[in-house]
Design a protein. Sequence first.
Length: 182
Amino acid sequence: MRDMSATEYDLERPWARQPWDSDLGWALFQDYLALDQPRTLNRLRAPVSWARLEAMAAECYWSARARFWDEHLSEIRTATFERVTEESAEQVAKRQLTLCRDLQELSRLEIGALVKVAKTAQGFPGAVTPREAIRAGMVGIRLERLIMGEALDRVEVGPDLSALSAEDLRTVRALQAKAGVR
């Protein structure tokens, strides 16, 4: 006897109860969905014969419906992960810039304390060592420059002239002189 609670096919959600699912078939399919992967029929405890269980699984497309269910869950996980981790470039830059400035402030305060203590010759108390204070200052400045899009190092890169002959180099030098390039 079939439960008619599912009177229309749900093609958008094939893992949901369908009109062909009997009460027993629906209960067994839900148990099948709950199995760890890979799902196998022999792991189900069914009150029907093995042949009948295989027939129910084939007639009601359990394997395909379970694949759709797994894909659906994967999409939900991915969407949730994306939503939770989404952060605008502006938010990232503000957060990172705040940290950079805090590092610089820490460095400034510690270096100031070190200078004050050094002037009174009472030692070097503080939360960080002089080396750590200097490193924090350098890291903060370097990170701030990166965030602001500034170059960290200036490196002049010109054309590779190593493959040119002496005559070619004379020609290049003559052209540079003519163009006013030194």
